[in-house]
Write a protein that binds this ligand. Structure first.
Ligand SMILES: [Zn+2]
Length: 76
């Protein structure tokens, strides 16, 4: 399986000067599960924070969630 997941920008925060990118992780076999609620949907998402500016800094997040709500709940 290739490691090229489609990424989408999901949240922009002009004050933090960056954005979240969402990577789709196919989960057809149900082997992966959400780090927050433990469900195993057919698609999981990984969120990566990316700073704006000439010095692009990407902060990888190895956690996987079924949606942005689970990600938020996990952080809070
Ligand atoms: Zn979840």
């Amino acid at each position: 399986m290739a490691n090229e997941y489609a990424s989408t920008t999901v949240e922009r925060d002009p004050f933090a000067r960056g954005e979240y990118r969402r990577f789709t992780i196919p989960n057809g076999d149900g082997r992966e599960s959400c780090d927050w609620c433990g469900q195993s949907p057919r698609r999981l998402y990984s969120y990566v924070w990316e700073n704006d500016g000439s010095w692009k800094r990407v902060v990888p997040d190895r956690h996987r969630f079924c949606n942005a709500d689970c990600r938020r709940s996990y952080r809070e």
